[in-house]
Design a protein around this ligand. Structure first.
Ligand code: V47
Length: 371
């Protein structure tokens, strides 16, 4: 039996938490201080209930997934961020680069299996020219016009702008003309300059990441946003990250979904420990409560694992991402999740979490409801 709001208040003995809960019930925005208080609180169950209240208002009982494929054209990367076990130098024996034929073959496999989204991101190879990024999009769209290409993170867009000496607006305009329809959220990591200097000192900074997204929204390209947590960042820095996203979303409304990404340390230069499930669920739930202007929160099964992702669907999240087929980035860092999932598996995970599985497209339009 589900807890009512009255029952929920009976479980809260702490008056500050009760005030925050009242704001959530009244649909008032919570402050950064409130979010910080929630991160410091041990009342996981109450926080989860509040997040689920917000989620049900927005998404009812629907839990979304997509039939898609991730493609990483290369793992060669000039940046060598310490938290990342995927990117390698060109001389590394693990370095690879897919040919255009390889990429089109992968898209074709997914297309034949009913997939209509390609999520394509990679390293930043020193030897790629600007045109290569554009041509890859154009080639996929020419062969598969009804596949949505969600490609290149803000880090890649910033790099393209640097090597082509074009503005973000020009780069994104040319990519859009070639067929790009959405930007993924990768590359945000953590916006704090202090933490970013430790984990990713060389690539685009927070301002640049956010400006790429703002520009994409202005051009009518929807984007996603992420936050990598559980490494060197403080709770204050997590809240600052969420606050910067909320502020831009107030301006543009162009973000579709927020995806908290739990850090996996294996094989990284940064090392450290895995996040706890309590931290994962709390971060999902607080994100749902704080980001009141984001329509969706993703419980990315690759970083959370299936079980925590299922619980997250009752802690404010409404989306599991997709079938994926061959995730490489988080697998390089030790996740024990599968490389991909069948539609049946995702439908079953969602049903067992008590939600209604809804297959969606990139833009959260309903493709099929699995009653
Ligand atoms: O940007 C890198 C993260 C991201 C590690 O937009 C790591 O719909 C954990 O952004 N441990 C790529 N995470 C994945 C990503 C994503 C995934 C699914 C959907 C969407 C979307 C975006 O993975 C990177 C980085 O933040 N990452 N290394 C690691 N060791």
């Amino acid at each position: 039996m589900e807890l009512t709001i009255d029952d929920l208040f009976k479980t809260i003995s702490d008056s500050r938490l009760s005030d925050i809960a009242q704001k959530v019930v009244n649909e008032e925005r919570i402050s950064e201080e409130d979010a910080l208080y929630l991160f410091e609180s041990n009342e996981l169950s109450a926080i989860g209930h509040l997040a689920e209240l917000v989620n049900r208002r927005k998404n009812g009982m629907n839990a979304y997934f997509i039939v898609n494929r991730q493609i990483n054209p290369t793992n060669v990367c000039v940046y060598q961020c310490d938290f990342c076990a995927f990117g390698v130098k060109k001389s590394d024996p693990k370095a690879y680069e897919l040919s255009l034929e390889d990429i089109l073959r992968k898209v074709e496999e997914t297309y034949k299996a009913g997939g209509r989204e390609v999520h394509m991101v990679g390293g930043i190879p020193p030897h790629w020219g600007y045109e290569r990024y554009i041509q890859l999009i154009r080639a996929i769209k020419e062969s598969f016009p009804d596949v949505v290409v969600k490609a290149w993170t803000a880090i890649e867009i910033h790099h393209m702008s640097k090597i082509s000496k074009k503005s973000y607006e020009e780069v994104l305009g040319e990519l859009k003309e070639a067929g790009l329809e959405a930007l993924p959220g990768g590359g945000a990591e953590i916006f704090s300059d202090r933490a970013r200097r430790i984990i990713a000192p060389n690539k685009a900074n927070a301002e640049e990441y956010l400006e790429v997204h703002r520009t994409a929204h202005r051009l009518g390209i929807p984007t996603n946003a992420t936050m990598l947590y559980g490494h060197v960042e403080t709770i204050e820095e997590r809240v600052e990250h969420l606050a910067r996203l909320r502020e831009i979303q107030d301006e543009t409304g162009g973000f579709q979904v927020f995806i908290p990404l739990a850090y996996w340390p294996e094989g990284t230069r940064l090392g450290g420990r895995r996040t706890s499930s309590v931290d994962d669920l709390k971060t999902i739930a607080i994100s749902r409560i704080f980001l009141d202007n984001f329509p969706h929160i993703k419980a990315y099964w690759v970083t959370l694992g299936e079980k925590v992702a299922q619980i997250a669907l009752n802690f404010g999240a409404d989306d599991l991402d997709g079938t994926i087929e061959e995730e490489k980035i988080v697998h390089s860092a030790g996740t024990m999740a599968a490389y991909g999932h069948s539609i049946d598996r995702l439908v079953s995970l969602i049903k067992k979490a008590g939600k209604v599985p809804v297959e969606r497209d990139t833009f959260y339009r309903v493709v099929k409801v699995y009653n």
